[in-house]
Design a protein around this ligand. Structure first.
Ligand code: SMG
Ligand code: MG
Length: 367
């Protein structure tokens, strides 16, 4: 296909509730929405970089700069054969994976619409509903945490992840485990510990957790390896896995036993699928992470999570858990069995609410 234009929208959207992690709290989420036009079709993508570089080094500002000045201009005009070709054409830019992933997503949506096939179908997904859970941010008090978890369980979520940080780790997790003895439960530290301070987490090993996510720094595969030897509970890497090579090396060295896949973090859905495939060959379970996506990114996450190796519930929740008003006409809802249905219309299978986009747009540029 040949791209005619790409329009970037810098969005800022109010969240239904503040979301607090070990690196900070947000009550609005920013992202870049991409609208790509090719041969009379329109494809949408979402770049998940947020306003601040708390989760990862990219921000909406860096992604805007890299898309506008480096990634998009050389892609307007030439024939792009497929996602691998697109990746080769973006390889002159080092890093900036979230920016690349946003573009790749718009490409997939276009391709699906042109071929009349859903993204799930294009990726080879095998399920029409995917098991999901909810990621609960750090709450003001442990009592608030218990009430919040109880509320999500009442809504039908069958798996809970809680965010932890030093000082709000073992006590919070023990309290949730005591209140809900059989709950599938996992924790996420977003790299708030070092190999030394992570010893504080050892009591978590007795709480029958599904996994402990990203306790140490992003660039610290080796110390994750050392830490994994101290835990019976599987460590899961999120921030550390930036592509298929990191995934392979982490598995080979024993730095984790489970991998969280986010298309944005790894540079695109095609690279997420590659990680899925190599983990599957090695019997390493994967699951789909979330970045508080809009309906556009959520549709993509559902398609990705429909692949057979996604063995654990994803951080993909219903729309009302995130946004009072979303930018897609479709709102995702939770099925009674703690699944969400994967869209099956061509491409991402969602339609963009242009009035909502306009309302949340801080800046717009057509390339
Ligand atoms: O999309 O439901 C969601 C959020 C899931 O916890 C979540 N994501 O480290 O896994 C993670 C965090 C990163 C986002 S922090 C804004
Ligand atoms: Mg995480």
């Amino acid at each position: 296909m040949k791209l005619d234009s790409v329009t970037l929208y810098h969005l800022k959207m109010p969240l239904a509730a503040p979301f607090a992690t070990s690196f900070g709290s947000i009550s609005t989420r920013e992202c870049i929405l991409l609208e790509a036009k090719a041969e009379g079709f329109t494809g949408w993508g979402e770049c998940v970089a947020d306003r601040a570089p708390g989760y990862a080094c990219e921000t909406t500002g860096t992604a805007w700069h890299i898309l506008r000045d480096f990634l998009v201009p050389p892609l307007l005009g030439p024939e792009i054969a497929d996602a691998d070709d697109l990746q080769r054409r973006m390889a002159h830019v080092k890093g900036h994976r979230m920016a690349k992933a946003g573009l790749e997503l718009a490409f997939w949506d276009l391709r699906g619409k042109m071929e009349g096939r859903s993204l799930r179908d294009l990726l080879g997904g095998s399920r029409d509903r995917v098991p999901v859970g909810v990621s609960v941010g750090i709450q003001p008090t442990t009592g608030d945490l218990l009430r919040t978890v109880e509320d999500y369980l009442a809504q039908g979520y069958g798996r809970i992840k809680i965010k932890i940080k030093p000082g709000r780790d073992v006590n919070d997790t023990e309290a949730v485990r005591r209140a809900f003895p059989d709950l599938p439960l996992q924790v996420d530290a977003n790299s708030a510990y070092t190999l030394e301070t992570a010893d504080a987490l050892l009591p978590l090993d007795d709480l029958d957790l599904l996994l402990i996510e990203q306790p140490l720094a992003e660039d610290d595969l080796w110390d994750h390896r050392a830490l994994q030897t101290r835990f019976g509970t599987p460590l899961c890497l999120d921030e550390s896995i930036l592509g298929p090579r990191h995934a392979r090396q982490a598995i080979e060295m024993g730095a984790c036993r489970i991998i969280n896949i986010k298309a944005g973090r790894v540079g695109g859905i095609s690279r997420g699928v590659a990680i899925h495939d190599l983990c599957r060959e090695r019997d390493v379970p994967v699951w789909c992470g979330g970045m508080l996506e809009t309906g556009v990114g959520r549709a993509a996450n559902l398609a990705l999570a429909s692949l057979p190796g996604f063995a654990l519930p994803g951080d993909i929740s219903a729309t009302d858990r995130y946004y009072p008003r979303d930018i897609t006409h479709e709102r995702f809802t939770l099925n009674p069995d703690s699944t969400i249905t994967v869209p099956d219309a061509p491409g991402l299978g969602v339609t963009v609410d242009r009035a909502a986009v306009e309302r949340f747009t801080l800046a717009k540029i057509r390339l």
